[in-house]
Design a protein around this ligand. Structure first.
Ligand code: FE2
Length: 335
């Protein structure tokens, strides 16, 4: 994808210096970390071009112009530790002593006015999580499998759903061709007849929980029947896993097939994440995937590491879930 903004080296290093001066850990005290980042914004520490870009992202989202955006040459920690694939998040928290990448994602959330969200039962409730291969999930249907991932959206069975996902390239093997794909929901819906859309809005479909959710919740095996489409273009779908419910009418199968055909046909956005790239896209109003077109070194490919945040559409969307906050931390939700 074409970048909306490429920071200059000066802009990047000035930002890194400011973010590096924040003396709080996002993993030990997120509210304090967030507060210190907001001081950088209030003190005029954000380049004007970045502020204008954040404003453009907001308006393109709200006007339905674009739901996926790329920024490049963003600040990332200079000395990234090796965190392996056994328990990379725990390794990160014990070895990573600077929080430049985390600070940039927090800053971006603030200037795009999309408050961050974390799940208490995922990675200890961290607001900054790692997209990296985890040995026990290799080859399974999850983003931690070290391979390709079919079109889906994240955590759509949870009552508190992320509106936006933002990824920051921390360590991206430069010779590999690994693409994150995105399909805007409205583009997909435009391919479907009103009759098909009507059926997709009925609770005729089931989607099994992914392996990471099952690991975090004992006794979680099947979800209640759900609609694939709701609202203007909000989706709930996991390709090759979402099926019709046992008692669904035959028209549900026709609609699912039409949806899958549309997904195959529709033009996709694709972005090859590089170090310092930010890709931010709609979670509910779209589907995303990962394709590995060419891997030059399989072992090194397992070191590919993106930092990821979940965010609400705006402060009002966050406030609507304030009853779900736990530990007194706004944005941190329980099971
Ligand atoms: Fe995902």
């Amino acid at each position: 994808m074409e970048a909306l903004l490429v920071l200059t080296d000066d802009e990047r290093s000035q930002l890194a210096e400011r973010l590096g001066s924040v003396e709080a850990s996002p993993y030990k005290d997120y509210p304090e970390f967030s507060e210190l980042i907001s001081k950088i914004v209030a003190d005029g520490g954000v380049p004007a071009r970045l502020l204008r870009t954040a404003e453009r992202i907001r308006s393109e989202r709200s006007e339905g112009i674009a739901d996926a955006h790329v920024l490049r040459n963003c600040p990332v920690d200079e000395d990234l530790p090796e965190i392996g694939n056994e328990d990379p998040s725990a390794e990160k928290k014990s070895r990573k002593v600077t929080f430049i990448g985390e600070g940039f994602l927090e800053l971006l959330a603030q200037i795009t006015q999309t408050p961050l969200l974390s799940y208490a039962n995922r990675f200890g409730g961290d607001f900054f999580i790692d997209v990296i291969a985890i040995n026990k999930y290799l080859g399974k249907q999850t983003g931690y499998n070290g391979g390709e991932v079919v079109f889906h959206n994240d955590r759509t069975a949870h009552p508190v759903r992320a509106d936006y996902i933002t990824l920051l390239g921390m360590r991206c093997p430069p010779d590999d061709l690994v693409y994150t794909g995105f399909v805007p929901g409205r583009r997909l819906i435009a391919e479907l007849s009103p009759d098909i859309q009507r059926v997709l809005r009925e609770p005729y479909f089931v989607t099994p929980f992914d392996v990471v959710s099952r690991d975090a919740n004992d006794g979680l095996d099947s979800t209640p029947a759900h609609a694939i489409l709701s609202g203007v273009s909000s989706l709930r779908y996991l390709d090759t896993h979402t099926m019709t419910a046992a008692d669904a009418p035959v028209e549900a199968k026709d609609a699912l097939l039409a949806f899958k055909n549309a997904l195959t046909r529709v033009p996709k956005e694709r972005h090859r994440m590089q170090e310092g790239d930010v890709l931010t896209f709609a979670n509910q109003h779209g589907l995303h995937n990962r394709e590995q077109i060419e891997i030059s070194d399989t072992r090194r490919a397992l070191g590919r590491w993106l930092l990821k945040t979940y965010a609400f559409a705006d402060q009002a969307a966050a406030d609507a879930h304030s009853g779900a906050w736990i530990d007194g931390i706004p944005g941190k939700v329980g099971d």
